[in-house]
Design a protein around this ligand. Structure first.
Ligand code: F6R
Ligand code: MG
Ligand code: MG
Length: 380
């Protein structure tokens, strides 16, 4: 399998401002970022790059030979976002610079605001990959599709009939509250995996490896509010998936997105809505700032060169998924400010509840419920 050149694929994203609200990145900001990366390519820091956007988030897709967490690569990405921010400020774009939590770069963009998904592998003679990028949601939005792609034989028949996939995959799951990671090998530990990743507010799939150690997928796991301690912006995630020849087929990876499952992060980061798969032309946010959308770009990587992209969801085969997403969006919207459209109080990014409770404090009077509640509401 290995033997080819070792290549690192780095996808680094940030929201540095957008036009007409949290709608769509401005082309001039993409150009500014591209100029910085072109300079980096000329200097030999990166081998190749592609800059794109979904909604108000810009993604820098880069290849190089420096491995994950390279200070040089992260600095290049930081500079690209800084330059894009300058343009955003000059144009008066909305929320210019919102995801750059620090003024100074300190060796690694992780913890400074941008989302990061990186993996290093020995290139196969043909190395197909798909990059998925979502807006108005959070990293755990990929938990369900990743489960389907790498653990569900009803989605990925390769798990059953491809001898190179039949041993299954190892999922690395993060506990975002505690800063811990656990590796779970499926199919053996499938139920333990689901017990964790179904709790999308806390557990996020970070890496997937094949049993022989080959990296298969990586997700950005940064959560801005857990970094900054308050609501700054949504943690719109990116992920990279290796495809074919012992990995899921492209079509198996895409199949997982034909179900527009409910994800958190719509409007004010405080609502559940369906994840709608879209092509580049629809990678913008409109209805109720959404609905949450996912863009998929396919590439081949050859000696570090990014061949492509192809716009994977720009196809009639996903029209029904989009229609279903629209129907579900309508159904969810009719709940207005009620749960379960609105997130629970702990997960909302915007809330006036503490203020309301404070104001009403003196007006709450004792009431005989007929029993003595034994669970305090913080424990619920
Ligand atoms: C931002 C987002 C939006 C905003 C909303 C309010 O990515 O998801 O839904 O939360 O547009 O934005 P502000 O508070 O900036 O007016
Ligand atoms: Mg935004
Ligand atoms: Mg966004």
């Amino acid at each position: 399998m290995s033997g080819g050149a070792r290549t690192t694929l780095s996808v680094i994203k940030a929201d540095i401002g957008s036009i007409a609200g949290h709608h769509k990145a401005h082309p001039d900001t993409l150009l500014a970022a591209s100029r910085v990366l072109a300079e980096g390519k000329k200097k030999g820091i990166i081998t190749d790059f592609y800059v794109t956007a979904v909604g108000d988030d810009i993604q820098l897709i880069m290849t190089h030979s420096k491995g994950p967490n390279s200070p040089q690569i992260h600095e290049l990405a930081w500079d690209a976002f800084k330059e894009a921010t300058k343009v955003a400020k000059e144009l008066g774009l909305y929320a210019a610079g919102q995801d750059l939590l620090s003024d100074t770069f300190s060796g690694n963009v992780r913890g400074l605001g941008p989302g990061v998904a990186e993996m290093e592998f020995a290139e196969r003679p043909s190395e197909p990959v798909a990059i998925f990028m979502a807006d108005k949601t959070e990293p755990s939005a990929f938990n369900l599709p990743l489960y389907k792609i790498f653990a569900d034989p009803f989605n990925t028949v390769g798990l059953v009939i491809d001898p190179r996939m039949h041993d299954g995959f190892v999922f690395t799951v993060l506990d975002l509250y505690e800063g811990k990671a656990v590796d779970l090998a499926v199919p053996g530990e499938l139920y333990d995996l689901l017990a964790l990743i179904g709790t999308t507010s806390r557990y996020v799939i970070k890496y997937i490896h094949r049993r022989d150690g080959e990296p298969a997928a990586v997700v950005s796991s940064e959560r801005l509010n857990l970094i900054a301690g308050k609501y700054i912006g949504k943690d719109d995630p990116v992920m990279a998936v290796r495809l074919q020849s012992g990995f899921p087929a492209l079509g198996e990876a895409l199949e997982a997105f034909s179900f527009p499952h409910l994800v958190a992060g719509w409007m004010r980061g405080s609502h559940f809505g369906p994840l709608m798969p879209v092509g580049l032309k629809d990678a913008k946010m409109t209805r109720f700032d959404g609905p949450p959308r996912v863009l998929g770009l396919g590439f081949n990587i050859k000696e570090g060169r990014l061949i492509g992209p192809v716009d994977l969801f720009d196809d009639i085969a996903f029209d029904e998924a989009r229609r279903e997403a629209s129907l579900v969006a309508e159904y969810m919207r009719r709940h207005g400010p009620f749960m379960p459209h609105r997130l629970g109080p702990d997960e909302m990014e915007y809330t006036t509840l503490p203020d309301v409770l404070k104001r009403l404090e003196g007006r709450f009077r004792p009431f005989d419920l007929g029993y003595k509640p034994v669970i305090k509401h913080e424990e619920l």
